[in-house]
Design a protein around this ligand. Structure first.
Ligand code: CA
Length: 141
């Protein structure tokens, strides 16, 4: 993958899927993992990732809860979030996007598609950050 190594937080309770996702993104990036909402909250408190992959069906609740929660925190308002779900209904996707997910992928998904979507979101975030920092530096003069 191009660009800097990004810090990617993967929240997934299925150990097999988690391993696959870790392998997929450890190639070029740094991954952190959590297998419940509680662990994810702890990880987010420790350090801010550049990206979060968030499963919906977690043992202590719905990933959507966490997504809605972090959007209220200024620190995490712009954190790109891709939600994973076993439920493929369109209504669910709309709800996920409404609650602040940047993208939504239903299982079963292709790893190549997931990787491409993550890369696209990271690129967009980079562009936004770049534009913001240019604006900021212009204000200074
Ligand atoms: Ca799950």
């Amino acid at each position: 993958m191009d660009g800097l190594p990004y810090k990617i937080l993967i929240v997934e309770d299925d150990p097999t899927v988690l391993e696959i996702l870790k392998d997929c993104f450890n190639d070029g990036h740094r991954t952190f993992t959590a297998s419940s909402l509680k662990e994810a909250r702890e990880q987010l408190k420790k350090s801010r990732p550049d990206f979060m992959i968030l499963d919906r069906g977690l043992p202590d609740g719905d990933g959507l809860e966490l997504c809605a929660e972090i959007r209220k925190d200024p620190k995490y308002q712009s954190l790109p979030v891709l939600m994973l779900t076993g439920k493929a209904e369109t209504g669910d996707k709309v709800l996920g996007l409404k609650l602040g997910a940047d993208d939504y992928l239903a299982e079963p998904f292709e790893l190549a598609e997931l990787k491409a979507r993550v890369e696209a979101l990271l690129r967009r975030t980079d562009e936004l950050n770049l534009r913001r920092s240019i604006k900021k530096s212009l204000w200074r003069y």
